[in-house]
Design a protein around this ligand. Structure first.
Ligand SMILES: [Zn+2]
Length: 308
């Protein structure tokens, strides 16, 4: 969603609850949960007409539930509730919306589904931190495997398992359009916080999404992405650049994730440095797995890492 302009041409934020007709058969409702991590709020998508799918119900806010129901035309019903991933700002309204409409909740799996073996080991060892904003109680009614097709009367989606930002993350392909959740966004790079986030999975999922060849992508936050291929390439290059910066910083001196983030993310607002440290930890875990760096002692969020 592009920022609207007021009469004087100043950019103003889009309004929560307003319905935007994005394309024939596609509406968007913005949730009222703006923050440094969500920009204007979560984008909820309504797909089809008559019997519709809701993609990413959003945060469990009564006002947003009302806004989604109000966005339906008279006589329209929700037949499917699709969730990209088990973060609270995407998933926690799924159950209330299911109760209000009778529609089933479809997702890849629960909040632990799709984790890489490396992240399962990290979580089992403890000390890795993470889990910010996770909807731990999330359980879908139906599980969607990678490649699953979901169809309504006037729409068909293909589910793509795209872990990296979150283990159970699905993207949905719809004709020339792609719903990318938090895996690919136009306004910011994705948080990759272990054990839900995994850098190797993230890069593999970018390649997967690039291969779809979508003409436009709709992200979980921020505006539509008009050139998905270019944005995906940019995000991959950004992650590889961060990895190079982590290795450069470690060549100067060993460090922990928070200290390295402060050295690398010099242009990042203080409110986002905690998230930056999680991204650095994700790189450190990945580099440890590849034998390029090693923690002094157990691999935890507080460990000091060095080049090997
Ligand atoms: Zn997320």
């Amino acid at each position: 969603m592009a920022d609207r302009e007021d009469a004087a041409g100043r950019r103003i934020s889009p309004t929560p609850g307003q319905v935007r007709q994005v394309a024939p058969g596609l509406r968007q409702v913005l949730a009222p949960n703006p923050s440094p991590m969500t920009l204007h709020g979560t984008n909820t998508w309504i797909l089809g007409t008559g019997r519709v799918a809701v993609i990413d119900p959003g945060p469990a806010l009564p006002a947003h539930l009302s806004a989604i129901l109000a966005a339906l035309a008279p006589g329209e019903v929700v037949s499917h509730i699709l969730v990209t991933h088990a973060h609270l700002d995407h998933a926690s309204l799924a159950r209330p919306l299911a109760e209000a409409t009778g529609a089933p909740v479809l997702a890849f799996g629960d909040a632990l589904a799709g984790r890489s073996p490396a992240m399962q080991r990290l979580a089992a060892a403890g000390g890795g931190g993470g889990g910010e904003g996770t909807d731990h109680g999330f359980v879908p009614d139906e599980m969607l495997a990678d490649g699953a097709e979901i169809a309504g009367e006037d729409w068909t989606l293909t589910a793509l398992h795209t872990p990296g930002h979150f283990g159970n993350h699905l993207s949905f392909a719809w004709g020339e359009r792609l719903f990318t959740g938090d895996q690919v966004m136009g306004w910011a790079s994705s948080l990759i916080s272990p054990p839900d986030g995994d850098v190797a999975q993230y890069l593999a999922s970018l390649e997967r999404l690039a291969a779809v060849g979508a003409r436009v992508a709709h992200a979980g936050h921020g505006p539509d992405i008009a050139d998905p291929a270019a944005r995906i390439a940019e995000l991959g290059a950004h992650r590889r650049q961060r990895e190079a910066e982590v290795l450069e910083a470690l060549a100067e001196a060993p460090g922990d994730a928070a200290g390295l983030a402060a050295r690398i993310y010099t242009d990042t607002p203080p409110a986002l440095l905690g998230a930056a440290a999680r991204n650095v930890l994700a790189h450190l875990v990945d580099l440890t797995g590849r034998g390029i760096v090693a923690p002094r002692g157990p691999l935890t969020a507080a460990a000091v890492f060095e080049r090997v």
